[in-house]
Write a protein that binds this ligand. Structure first.
Ligand code: TMP
Length: 420
């Protein structure tokens, strides 16, 4: 039986955020160079289109006070989350299964009456709930259009204004879910203040985002790109929540995106106790020194080495006249190709299952994208795993390619040709 009734919010709207002076103690530790927007695929490779491409400098910094790792100068979100946003969360079977499993788990654990998702993409998570319980927030209009007929969908950025619009006169959310989205929002203070306002008394915010610990372990520097303004650790999340009267009470490691973390957050006065599992994770992160600048300085050295070794593999194979393609037009591969300067001379094309990426060109390096049906043919000798986080699914799917002598290349945890 439910032990609390979802609250109807009072008539007090959220005030605008006052400009608070935050003590910035950001130290740059990694420069990934001039980068394009990783999800901005070009419709053509004409001179005119290329001349308009947007670039920025991707520097990564560590805040020695909050332990937060972030893009030093984030890009304006209005340039990123447009009505042409390409990424579809439903594209992989692994992702579809993971979201269905998570929905089932959250239903069982919290029996929510109202579930809101921030960054609902193509509806891959919300479709697991009955439509009268769901509120979807998605600023990319092309994606919001995919869910608006079935689910209450707000085609807006998450902020206090939207929280007021949704919750001023209606029941607050028992679950706020956000996968791979909170890390994309530059203004965390406003984001969490608006969440605190929108949660019911014992409501739970569930965040999934790539884990800094995994990035450090795998030298997966490709987790850094324009949209990942932050790569969180449990240590940094628990620090930054405090100023919004929220607290982290549980966390668990998940496999999504090559190593993510699911964080459970509640209001300060909610009934949940901090779990042993979270204590162990925090302890593990301290042991890995995710609270020390020196960790990130040595990580940056490993990144440089990884770049060198990956280029060497490509060079050796090209000297042997091997045909190399890339598998999955991912944001991750955008960071790698632009940082390592791996372009059309080394990679013939990229395959991707997403219809609206096919026929386009990759950001920055302008490599053509084709469907796997066309691209995975017997002329291909090597395929770089752009979607390395779906390695299991891909190796299973591409048995024929492997049987015919095709091989995959990966850069995690270090650059190598996968030999099996
Ligand atoms: P993501 O890592 O951002 O979810 O993106 C994965 C991309 O890889 C997405 O564009 C779909 C593509 N992909 C394939 O082309 N083939 C596959 O088998 C899988 C799993 C993904």
């Amino acid at each position: 039986r439910r032990t609390h009734k979802p609250e109807v919010s009072g008539s007090i709207p959220l005030p605008a955020t006052k400009s608070v002076k935050i003590k910035y103690m950001k130290k740059n530790f990694l420069n990934l160079g001039r980068q394009p927007l990783a999800n901005s695929f070009l419709p053509s490779n004409s001179k005119k289109t290329l001349s308009r491409e947007f670039f920025y400098n991707l520097n990564i910094s560590f805040n020695t006070s909050s332990y937060l790792v972030s893009v030093t100068k984030p890009v304006n979100p209005k340039l990123q989350y447009t009505d042409k946003y390409a990424h579809r969360a439903s594209e992989s079977q692994t992702a579809r299964n993971a979201f269905a499993k998570t929905a089932k788990k959250l239903n069982k654990k919290f029996s929510p009456n109202i579930i809101m998702e921030i960054g609902s993409n193509d509806g891959v998570f919300i479709k697991n709930f009955s439509r009268n319980k769901v509120i979807a927030v998605e600023p990319c209009k092309n994606l919001a259009n995919l869910t608006k007929n079935k689910y209450k969908t707000f085609p807006d950025f998450w902020n206090k204004k939207l929280a007021n619009k949704i919750f001023l006169k209606s029941k607050k959310a028992d679950i706020i879910f956000s996968a791979n989205t909170i890390s994309h929002i530059p203004n965390l203070k406003e984001t969490f203040d608006a969440i605190e306002y929108s949660l019911s008394r014992n409501g739970v915010l569930v965040i999934e985002d790539p884990s800094l610990h995994s990035v450090i372990k795998n030298t997966s520097y490709d987790q850094f790109y324009d949209e990942h303004v932050y790569v969180f650790s449990a240590l940094s999340i628990s620090n930054i929540l405090r100023s919004s009267r929220l607290r982290l009470f549980d966390a668990e490691k998940i496999e999504t995106h090559g190593g993510s973390m699911r964080y459970y957050v509640c209001r300060d006065a909610a009934k949940y106790k901090q779990t042993k599992k979270l204590n162990l994770i925090l302890k593990g992160e301290k042991k890995a020194k995710l609270n020390k600048l020196s960790t990130f300085i040595s990580f940056a050295k490993k990144v440089k080495k990884s770049k060198k070794e990956l280029n060497k593999i490509f060079k050796v194979l090209k000297n042997k006249k091997k045909m190399i393609i890339s598998y999955g037009a991912t944001y991750k591969s955008s960071t790698i190709f632009n940082y390592c300067k791996i372009g059309k001379k080394l990679i013939d094309y990229v395959t991707d299952t997403t219809l609206n990426k096919q026929g386009k060109f990759t950001p920055g390096q302008h490599i053509p994208i084709v469907s796997p049906e066309i691209g995975m043919n017997n002329k291909v000798d090597f395929a770089f795993l752009g979607a390395w986080n779906f390695k299991k699914e891909i190796l299973k799917k591409e048995k024929k390619f492997i049987r015919n002598g095709g091989k995959f290349i990966t850069h995690v945890p270090f650059p190598k040709i996968i030999s099996k």
